[in-house]
Design a protein around this ligand. Structure first.
Ligand code: FBP
Length: 262
């Protein structure tokens, strides 16, 4: 990682990445709780909320919508992705280059690496090309580091998540996105393993406001720099309200109860 490389997608060293690659990764089922969110325009509008430091989308949405939002939104372009229709060992097709991302005006690139998958070797090589391309265009590098595959019995265990955080540092990510390992202590270990790379927690499936914000506050207390969140924002009836609360918890380090009362 390079010092300060992620400054353009952070505020005071913290970040709230709004993730919206779900149409590819999970399919339309993720939009069912809040049908308006199938319309990417709704999410680009949401990403203009001042809490959001970048919006993670795939190339197709960036091409179609980003030109209208480039003044208000920082673009984190995902360069690989897989649909939920794929039934093989975890893998992620590279569908965009760093050069093309720079041409679209991206501030950062995002790349998934499934450490432990039978495809780990080729994914690491693909990440290398993306990472070096991002460096040439001064774009931050965000790794979705999700160890998984047939050889991994418990991909949610704290040890595996810490290993994922370390993979991000070793391979040159500026920000490593990991699943929340279940406790502040375990998150602290992942943060320690990532060294100077920033660690953000993944949002995960819908949880009630308090439980969700408690995990975020624990992650921040443990040294994480923020969150990359999709469903826990856009599946709610009032996504702006949870963004207000997340802003308080992440950037002002306000306690969840207080943040919800704002
Ligand atoms: P969520 O906050 O909705 O969990 O989104 C974060 C994310 O990393 C997305 O970018 C991605 O689409 C999804 O999770 C992938 O999750 P998984 O591979 O576990 O289904």
């Amino acid at each position: 990682m390079l010092p300060h490389a992620a400054d353009n997608i952070e505020r005071d060293g913290k970040s709230l990445i709004l993730a919206y690659d779900h149409g590819l990764e999970h399919g339309p089922v993720d939009f069912e709780p809040n049908p308006d969110t199938a319309d990417p325009e709704r999410i680009f509008e949401l990403a203009a909320h001042e809490a959001v430091t970048s919006l993670a989308v795939q190339k197709g949405l960036a091409e179609a919508y980003y030109p209208d939002y480039e003044d208000d939104v920082n673009l984190l372009l995902k360069l690989n992705g897989t649909s939920n229709l794929w039934m093989g060992e975890p893998n992620s097709a590279v569908n965009c280059t760093a050069e093309y991302a720079a041409g679209l005006g991206a501030d950062a690139i995002g790349f998934t690496v499934y450490g432990g998958s039978n495809h780990e070797v080729e994914m690491a090589e693909e990440f290398r090309r993306a990472q070096e391309g991002a460096r040439e265009h001064d774009m931050a590098v965000v790794m979705w580091s999700y160890p998984r595959g047939q050889g991994l019995r418990n991909d949610g265990s704290p040890d595996v998540i810490s290993y994922g955080a370390r993979l991000g540092l070793e391979l040159g990510a500026d920000v490593v996105k990991v699943k929340y390992p279940g406790s502040a202590e375990a998150m602290g270990h992942a943060v320690e393993m990532a060294g100077p790379a920033d660690v953000v927690m993944s949002g995960g499936t819908m949880r009630d406001d308090k439980a969700f914000l408690r995990n975020v506050a624990n992650a921040i207390d443990a040294g994480a720099t923020g969150i990359a969140v999709g469903r826990n924002v856009f599946q709610r009836d009032d996504p702006e309200r949870i963004l207000d609360a997340l802003e308080a918890v992440i950037f002002q380090e306000v306690e969840p109860d207080e943040a919800l009362a704002i």
